[in-house]
Write a new protein. Structure first.
Length: 227
């Protein structure tokens, strides 16, 4: 069972119940929750393997940093408008609102747009900074206004294949290389070396979501994600 965490207290409750968790908050807040979770887990279960400490982040990948940022800046406001449609219609104030523009989201450490190399480096740093061990990529940004062939290709379901082909292998290489260090990494509150990656494809207009299995690394396995 999965449990959404926004505070250290919630993380401790989840740890004592043995739940997998997902965090969407900025790195500093996420790390506080992760540390409380790990401390509670060790107190109640000793050296038992940790559950999944998930980290949700918006990810946009393109051939270059500039191309990815252009796409993210164009598409994110459309996603945000759809995401906040019902709260706005009913006058509801969201408890954990997302910024209305991509630059602010990125500045808060909750999303990134870049080339495969830049995205890989950023995700590694995020796993370190947040003491999490499980990456949930949110490929929720889509815009139908792309003009060039390259933009159309990157701004389509093929972008998830692009991520799977060029980013996931680099992260998995780190996981495999350091798999023997799992126990000491967990004790040091840095379980990044056993990190897994899921792709979460969302269609904000339809309210649909799909979680891609971490074992499906083949590009064709991600063809149905919505970018």
């Amino acid at each position: 069972m999965w449990y959404g965490v926004h505070s250290p207290d919630a993380a401790e409750r989840a740890a004592r119940r043995g739940l997998h968790t997902i965090r969407l908050d900025p790195p500093a807040d996420t790390k506080l929750a992760s540390e409380r979770y790990i401390a509670a887990w060790r107190e109640t279960r000793g050296e038992a393997p940790l559950p999944k400490l998930g980290l949700g982040r918006f990810i946009v990948v393109a051939d270059t940093d500039a191309d990815a940022l252009t796409l993210a800046r164009r598409a994110y406001p459309k996603w945000h408008h759809a995401f906040t449609f019902l709260p706005r219609m009913h006058g509801i104030v969201q408890q954990h609102p997302r910024p209305a523009d991509f630059d602010t989201l990125a500045a808060r450490g909750q999303g990134f747009a870049g080339s495969p190399a830049s995205v890989t480096a950023w995700l590694r740093a995020q796993l370190d900074a947040t003491a999490t061990n499980y990456m949930v990529g949110q490929f929720a940004l889509w815009s139908g206004s792309s003009r060039s062939a390259t933009s159309r290709r990157r701004n389509s379901p093929a972008q998830s294949s692009f991520f799977a082909t060029h980013v996931m292998p680099a992260l998995r290489a780190v996981t495999k290389m350091n798999s023997r260090a799992c126990a000491c990494v967990a004790r040091s509150l840095l379980p990044r070396r056993t990190a897994s990656i899921h792709l979460l494809g969302l269609h904000p207009a339809r309210g649909q979501s799909r979680v891609m299995p971490k074992t499906a690394c083949r590009p064709e396995a991600f063809g149905n994600a919505t970018i």
